[in-house]
Ligand binder design. Structure first.
Ligand SMILES: NC(=O)c1ccc[n+]([C@@H]2O[C@H](COP(=O)([O-])OP(=O)(O)OC[C@H]3O[C@@H](n4cnc5c(N)ncnc54)[C@H](O)[C@@H]3O)[C@@H](O)[C@H]2O)c1
Length: 485
């Protein structure tokens, strides 16, 4: 069945349905024996899997074993096998079995020896592969942003719950000391009621090339396009670098809709995620978003097309809290209380009140407050936040413990943060060409809006065989049933 985005689910939204799941029996989850390892497969051998997701997990040799890779670019697929073997050599441990290579993720998922998969794919592929993996009963590491549309995310989150599988999302700041500290302090009232949160996500620059190039023989470009327009002409700057020496470079698609939405979802999945965590919104979200942005200049044969500057206000807590997401702020999150006291966190080596030196060299230190005493840790906070010192280890430990609630960035929390990011992107899109931008009213409880134009943007991507209905049918599921319960 071929459904496009607009046809999917008709005008219905995800949240018109209660999140209960009588329709599927689901799976049981098991604990691992003390000496048993999690067999991990990696789907997507690109910048992030080779710089983060493989090296930062494979080193836990007592917890896991990397046994398989998948990529639709055969050059990268071979590189994935070599890369894993090299990692094991560096760790002075030989892989116990050869690393299996798959060009199609379905074949990797059909391998019963694989317990868990790292999904390190461009954003337009997240939903299809995450759903297939969960439907097959695999635990998943899913790179951020959780999903490309709100309904895609709801289907993944519901399916994870139905299948009782461990999900860790790549919003790894939740496993870093200063983000945890500031969020726990903000949530437990250290600066009183939070009236304003300032969020900086950086800014993309125009670039890429619209010149048409021949598709490299090693790349399955038709599949790479997946649920997006098949007519998009190939240029390397739309996809990823062909030179393996450049595999760690930022791929072009990350600045190119509809494969990525730009900084609002790219860094928003880190920064807005932290704002939501500190506001205690892991099971809800904003009531509205309003604002404007500027779009990339695509003249002169430039290809990339996402937003550049942005100025968005999210309303939370009945209008008492304004989350201001704006490119003018440094790349961090500042929680401001009603008497003007504030708490701030950004990346960089964590600093503490007793050791307040900065490693970033910038104006803001990774951990700061209007008064240094405000940073003292909470003693027995009434709302403690989940603690994890290492995002990758936390995922493996949750799998081994058979406990989907253990992960620092679980599916439900990630869906809620991803929704806030998507709402920002939808607001920008609806405001295109309008001086004052747009406003979207949002019911976090129903995960719905009354604006039909916004609703249309919530639907899953689909093209030909690349659609969630067929993907899930392959494993005996239906997206409508997953949404309805
Ligand atoms: N957590 C973080 O800090 C962080 C930072 C940046 C990006 N990311 C996210 O990581 C993910 C991967 O980004 P990247 O920069 O590594 O991208 P990339 O383009 O470098 O790598 C993606 C790889 O996936 C492969 N691929 C695409 N579709 C496929 C499919 N259907 N089946 C198999 N292989 C397929 C591509 O051939 C490519 O090799 C993205 O979701 C991105 O947003 C996370």
């Amino acid at each position: 069945m071929n459904l496009n985005r607009r046809q999917f689910l008709g005008a219905a939204s995800a949240a018109a349905f209660p999140f209960i799941f009588p329709a599927y029996a689901g799976l049981s989850v098991r604990k691992y024996a003390a000496n048993e390892k999690v067999n991990v497969g990696v789907i997507g051998i690109g910048r992030i899997s080779t710089t983060m997701d493989i090296p930062l997990a494979i080193k836990f040799t007592n917890l896991c074993r990397f046994t398989a890779v998948c990529d639709l670019d055969s050059k990268r697929l071979k590189h994935g096998v070599d890369f894993i073997q090299k990692q094991y050599r560096k760790l002075k441990k030989e892989a116990k079995a050869p690393v299996k290579a798959f060009a199609d993720y379905h074949d990797l998922l059909d391998d019963p020896s694989i317990d868990a998969v790292e999904i390190c794919l461009p954003d337009h592929w997240h939903a299809l592969v995450a759903c297939a993996a969960l439907a097959k009963g695999k635990h998943i590491w899913l790179q951020k942003p959780f999903a490309q549309t709100i309904t895609e995310g709801r289907i993944i989150a519901n399916l994870a719950k139905i299948q009782n599988r461990v999900v860790q999302v790549g919003s790894w700041q939740r496993s870093v000391t200063q983000f945890h500290r500031v969020c726990e302090l903000a949530l437990n009232g250290r600066v009183g009621d939070i009236v304003r949160v300032e969020v900086g996500c950086g800014c993309d620059k125009p670039g890429g090339s619209s010149a048409v190039q021949p598709v490299p023989e090693n790349l399955n470009y038709e599949m790479w396009l997946g649920p997006t327009d098949e007519k998009a002409p190939y240029n390397e700057t739309r996809v990823h670098a062909q030179d393996l020496k450049k595999i760690a470079n930022r791929p072009g698609w990350i600045q190119m809709a509809p494969y990525g939405w730009g900084m609002i979802t790219n860094w928003g999945a880190h920064q807005i995620d932290i704002a939501q965590w500190g506001l205690g919104k892991d099971d809800s979200g904003p009531e509205s978003v309003t604002g404007t942005c500027e779009w990339m200049d695509t003249t002169g044969g430039k290809l990339w097309n996402v937003h550049t500057t942005y100025d968005l206000h999210y309303s939370y807590n009945g209008g008492k809290t304004d989350v201001h997401v704006c490119n003018k702020y440094p790349m961090g999150i500042k929680f401001i209380g009603k008497n003007g006291d504030w708490l701030y966190c950004m990346r960089g080596k964590a600093v503490t009140p007793s050791d307040p030196s900065s490693s970033t060299g910038g104006k803001m230190k990774p951990l700061m407050a209007s008064k240094v005493s405000l940073l003292e840790p909470m003693v027995n906070p009434s709302k403690p936040l989940k603690t994890s010192k290492d995002h990758w280890k936390n995922w493996l430990e949750a799998i081994r413990a058979g406990d989907p609630t253990m992960t620092a960035t679980n599916a439900e929390a990630a869906q809620r943060s991803s929704t806030a990011c998507c709402l920002g992107q939808m607001c920008m899109e609806l405001g295109r060409g309008k001086k004052d931008g747009a406003t979207i009213k949002w019911s976090a409880q129903k995960e719905d809006t009354c604006c039909d134009k916004a609703r249309a943007l919530m639907k899953p991507f689909a093209r030909g065989k690349y659609n969630l209905t067929d993907e899930l049918a392959r494993y005996g599921f239906s997206p409508e049933k997953i949404l309805r319960g």
